[in-house]
Each structure stands twice: as C-alpha cells, then as structure tokens.
Design a protein. Structure first.
Length: 214
C-alpha cells in the first residue's frame, strides 16, 4: 500500500508517527485539493427501468423491483399494475465514517492524480499499521475497523441488480478518479456519534512505513 502526499505531511508520519484521518462526508468539501474532493462521496442512486410490463405477484424481476423500491403493494390477491416507460429510483447516503486512503499502485502517474503530492510512502506492514491506528482512534472515540476495501470506479447511478442494493456507497468513486487505484481503510463509529477529521498518530506507526522514490 502506498500513500501519496506533500513531503511535509509524509515526513510528519515518518518522523513522529503523525497522520490525518479523514471522514467520508468531509471529502465532499470543495476546499480539498483536486483528486480528493468529491461532493458526491458516499452517495449513489439505484435505478430500475421498465419499458413496458404488467406487474403482479409473480416473482419476476419487475415484480421484485416494484416491491423493493416500494412502488406498489399488490398484497396477496390477483391484482396487477401496468407500467410503461418508467424508472424506479432509490437514493443512498452512507453514514459518516473515518477513512484513510492508500493506493495499490506505485508510479509517478498515480502521484500526479493528487494535487500537491510530491512524495510517496510505502506501508511495509499494513496489519501492524492499521491495528495501531485502530487502537489510537479508540483512545478518542469508539470505532469498529471495517477493513481495507478496493474503491469501485463507476457512475453514481447504479442499475439495480435484482438481488440487493449493490456496492457500498462508501467505496464508490466516479470514473474520473480511476487512475488512483485507491484502497480505503474504514472505521465505523461504534455508537453512530458525530465525527470529524483529526490529526493523530503514534510512534509505533513509524516502523511500519518508509519513504520510497518513484
């Protein structure tokens, strides 16, 4: 795993174990630099389109969609509803969570995706690094570590798959960001408390990372 940032911030991590932990909702703010700010972070719409169909209680795709999107309740009888050229839509806004971003790729091309980044740190022991961050976060606010996830690059309007609501909005980014090869470590507030980004760290982080040339 690799962290691209301005050299001064990476030196803070290497020398003092200092690091900034962001939040999903904070990434929506316009004041963040290019490559970080995304006003739609943690949001998506799931849609299902019907050209023309008669929906009843049979377990076909359109019937399940009408039920899951709460469009119509047909009960247990023989009722049916006709749909023509219509689209069902459901919006999702993921609750705020702590996020630390990495990249799975090491290259100058990836670093160029992050405005102001001029240095790269390799996380040489991710398990120890993330466990220490989890312990440190818990000193300030109770959290549950939800693991490291590959970011999925796609449109924020997702076609319903017929089975569930698809990918977690917290790991979806627009296609414009696809060259970042982002990984996200996610910590969920244990009691749904309000959170905000903060700078924290531990000297124990230092031994699990190193500066590298690219």
């Amino acid at each position: 795993m690799y962290r691209y940032s301005a050299k001064e911030y990476n030196l803070s991590l290497l020398n003092m174990g200092g690091i900034r932990i962001g939040t999903l909702h904070d990434f929506r703010k316009a004041e963040h630099k290019s490559g970080i700010a995304d006003p739609q972070e943690g949001k998506k719409n799931v849609i299902h389109h019907i050209d023309k169909a008669i929906v009843n209680n049979t377990d076909d795709l359109h019937g399940r969609a009408a039920k899951e999107f709460n469009i119509v309740n047909l009960g247990k009888g023989n009722a049916s509803v006709s749909f023509t050229d219509c689209t069902f839509s459901k919006s999702f806004d993921e609750p705020d969570c702590f996020i630390l971003c990495f990249s799975s790729e090491k290259s100058k091309k990836v670093m160029a995706e992050f405005e102001g980044a001029d240095s790269c740190i390799e996380i040489t022991n991710p398990d120890i690094f993330l466990q220490q961050l989890t312990d440190t976060l818990n000193l300030f606010t109770p959290v549950i570590f939800r693991g490291v996830h590959k970011v999925i690059y796609q449109n924020k309007e997702e076609v319903w798959n017929g089975a569930d609501w698809g990918h977690n909005p917290a790991v979806i980014k627009e296609l414009d960001f696809k060259n970042q090869y982002e990984l996200r470590a996610i910590w969920q507030p244990r009691f749904n408390q309000k959170i905000r980004p903060f700078v924290t760290g531990s000297y124990k982080l230092i031994s699990s990372c190193r500066e590298i040339s690219i």
